[in-house]
Design a protein around this ligand. Structure first.
Ligand code: GLY
Length: 410
């Protein structure tokens, strides 16, 4: 782990210079300088939202920003929400970039409420919640109490693994519709298992992650390497029952964030295993995304590659930010296409910076605009969403690291 405190004054200066293209000369420095100001503003927005909580919200201990609601207010969520780890994760990324103890203390403060999730076996979202918060915290502090939370959370997540299916069950809701739903998003939760296996020496956690990735590779993808969102399995026979969407446009369409989760997930699985099948899968997913005629020139996808009203459909900045993170790392492994992957990731970050960034001291303290939670159910459409900001900062850190040290692994 390296801290960049010495670089800050120079970085802030460089961040101020604009190129002719309208994007700043040093896109990393510019965005972290912006985030430094905007996240301080976010704390005031969070404080005001906390003042307005009703009794039920207080009981639920909501604390973490998630999105801007249709009435313009900031939505805070409790630790059990799948988005609770992203804001603490952003604060860790701020600490990583600046080395400033202010951000470390804030990160510690916002990470603590997520700890209770370590025993919550009712969800597969453990990685999003715990790895983004405690995982980054452990990486940057080596605090053994954080390590213990990571291991306990991974063991809890592993209880959702279904032997017969060969995958971790994602959701418990909609039981009338699905027996054992597994969603492409779940690829992201495997990083927690890989990390916990290394830290604990418990190889079953790693075995579960590998098996889940292989089962998903077999059943979630179409011949063109676009992926279904939800694959439902028979818990007794392990057979596939349904291939559905939940947040995308249609069962047979390609939901944009789902493609990004797959790309990130298989790139990460290759890093953790060295299994070439995973690398090839990531390359194919990347080809699907960038060969898609529906991908706009600025590389910020519509919320679904087959959304019916393209080009008059909302974009999903979150999908683009996750894709950029994956591409920086993929450029390390797919050397033949390294330049292409990096150029595309850079373009995504430039587009977000130039056209999708939030207004300073406004937009409730979010960093980016124009993400879509679920276009299918008309929920969180074309709004700032916390995970877009988290992966935006992650991609910026990866870019910086790749250009400095030749590795995009944080
Ligand atoms: N994991 C849920 C989503 O990507 O919206």
């Amino acid at each position: 782990m390296k801290l960049y405190s010495l670089l800050i004054p120079m970085a802030l200066l460089m961040g101020g210079c604009a190129q002719k293209t309208g994007t700043p000369e040093n896109i990393v420095a510019d965005n972290f300088a912006f985030a430094d100001r905007q996240l301080r503003f976010a704390f005031t927005e969070i404080d005001s939202a906390m003042q307005r909580l009703d009794e039920r919200q207080k009981e639920n201990m909501v604390f973490a920003p998630r999105n801007i609601q249709p009435d313009g207010s900031l939505r805070l969520v409790a630790s059990r929400d799948w988005c609770s780890g992203f804001f603490p994760g952003e604060l860790w990324y701020m600490y990583e970039y600046t080395g400033d103890d202010f951000w470390k203390q804030k990160a510690i403060e916002f990470t603590a409420p997520v700890e209770r999730e370590k025993t919550n076996a009712g969800t597969h979202d453990m990685g999003f919640k715990v790895y983004c918060s405690f995982g980054n915290g452990y990486r940057l502090t080596n605090d053994s109490t954080y390590r213990d939370v990571i291991i306990e959370s991974a063991r809890t997540l592993a209880t959702r693994f279904k032997d017969k299916v060969g995958a971790i069950r994602s959701w418990d809701h909609n039981r009338d519709k699905w027996q054992c739903p597994v969603i492409i998003d779940n690829m992201m939760n495997l990083e927690l298992l890989f990390e916990a296996a290394k830290e604990s020496g418990d190889s079953t956690l790693r075995d579960i992650a590998v098996k889940h990735a292989k089962t998903t590779m077999k059943n979630h993808f179409r011949p063109d390497y676009s992926s279904y969102h939800v694959v439902d399995y028979d818990t007794i026979t392990g057979q596939v029952l349904h291939k559905h969407t939940h947040q995308g446009y249609a069962h047979e369409s390609a939901w944009s964030r789902g493609q990004a989760w797959g790309l990130y997930g298989y790139t990460m699985c290759y890093r953790e295993t060295g299994d070439k099948e995973f690398l090839n899968q990531a390359k194919h997913i990347s080809d699907y995304i960038f060969d898609s005629p529906a991908l706009p020139d600025d590389l910020i996808p519509y919320w679904d590659y087959q959304a019916p009203g393209i080009p008059n459909e909302p974009r999903d900045v979150s999908a683009a930010a996750v894709t950029a993170c994956a591409l920086y790392e993929l450029s390390m492994y797919d050397r033949e296409n390294a330049e292409t992957h990096k150029r595309r990731a850079d373009k995504i970050l430039e587009s977000i910076t130039a056209h999708y960034r939030a207004k300073e001291n406004a937009d409730r303290g979010f960093l980016t605009l124009h993400s879509v939670g679920s276009g299918n159910s008309n929920s969180e459409v074309d709004v700032p969403i916390i995970y877009a900001d988290y992966y935006f900062l992650e991609a910026l850190l990866k870019k910086q690291k790749l250009e400095k040290d030749g590795t995009a692994i944080l």
